[in-house]
Design a protein around this ligand. Sequence first.
Ligand code: NOJ
Length: 545
Amino acid sequence: MSTLRTPASTPRTTDPDWWRNAVVYQVYPRSFADADGDGLGDVAGITSRVPYLASLGVDAIWLSPFFPSPLADGGYDVADYRAVDPRLGTLDDFDALVRAAHEHDVRVIVDVVPNHTSSSHVWFQAALAAAPGSPERARYVFRDGAGPSGEQPPSDWVSNFGGSAWTRVPDGQWYLHLFAPEQPDLDWSNPSVRSDFEDTLRFWSDRGVDGFRVDVAHGLAKDLSTPYRPSNEHALPLDGSDPLYDRDEVHAIFESWRTVLDEYDPPRAAVAEAWAPAPRRVLYARPTELGQAFNFDLLEAPFDASAFRTVIDRNLAASRESGASSTWVLSNHDVVRHATRYGLPDGTDTDAWLMTDGTQPTLDRERGLRRARAATLLVLALPGSSYVYQGEELGLQEAAAIPHDLLQDPKWIRTGHTVKGRDGCRVPIPWTTSGPSFGFGAVAPHLPQPADFGASSVEAESGDESSTLSLYRAALAARRQLQRGELLEWIDAGDGVVAFARHDGWRSVTNFGTEPVALPAGSVVVSSGPLTDGALPGEATVWLA
Ligand code: NOJ
């Protein structure tokens, strides 16, 4: 084997399996902290908050894209994979962030976006300038159209943001984009695409990053010979027969990425964003591939005991089988925050809440937050690793009243201004109780914050033992004492209660109902709500040692 490459800086603890039970905090860079006062979060801002993240008790941060980008999709339209957006800083700033994080024993994961580039990427600009059939076009998916003069898109495929997944260029050809037209899909059967991405993995690994989050990992292989697709839903077949997603051919790509990631000491970690059914999702997480895949099942589940139990069972079993560690996610930059989801009337389609047609159901914020705290504490007790989205540790709600002319999400545009999209979970987080952007920066932020955000700021919650921030801090500190493992044993505690013992003996009990239940024996480590008269209140979780 060739000599292993060691990075410029490493965390003090060098456990190669750190990711198996890590708590990973997702930073959405443009909305985290604005050091240079231009209204947009930046890399130096993140560095300034590393002590906060370390004291919160997270093991790693995952940075959503901070690369140069026209921002047609919040940075998931990357114009240069090996640079920092000049509005967010420089590569030196990035190196300083990695050093600061490592000095605090916090690891750094960066996002890679291999399914598509930005349309302003030099490759796509060269493809537009070149002729049909040229090597420049062969890096993307260009095709002639259907119909007598090619005026119809080559297939009926629909973009994830609405509308056709094909856009026509002036010479009459069409290119594929599973997302916005500004995000042309790469052709991963082209070896030059593959080798360039492997160099990108090396570029960031050489700078000391500890791992990668792989965007749309299940989308890289396509079957262009199947022009019609029954649906654009996420309910994918179990046999890999969908023409666009979760095809078997995709795994060879990640096997070859694993070889690159293993060139490093310790090997670089990776987590797939693969919206595939659990039994197929874990294939991306095999030790020969990425190691982990996000499990979004809880994020899609209602606040319901049997739904949670089913999801947990299914995912622990699938992970054990594949040799991966489980992952748990309740919120991220793509979905309505869980404190808000759980405050909507049971059975509400969350997307309906994002519609602008005036049919929005009423939100019960207190209930939402109570349930969110209970669900979070349950999830943090599970074997495997947990992904926490910035601001959820403050119990933030979705920002629901962003003026329509300030919405940025391509969903808003591509749905003809009927679905607001994802901006409500992406507004800059509040650090202080007052100020022009509640401590985010010196000026008004790029997305407006709700007027009452200061009450949920880090400053407001730090001194308050009952705050959500204090709950996260206590839970993460306690979690550090737990042992790694992939096993749990269910305890029968009655209807509406999810209770389990971990292999290290700790127990977690969640009351999904609204009436108190008797608290089992044991010493209380942490609870999501006040325990009175030896009872666990409704919509609450307790950990017992
Ligand atoms: C998944 C990302 O999480 C989302 O924000 C983005 O819009 C799509 N992939 C396209 O890159």
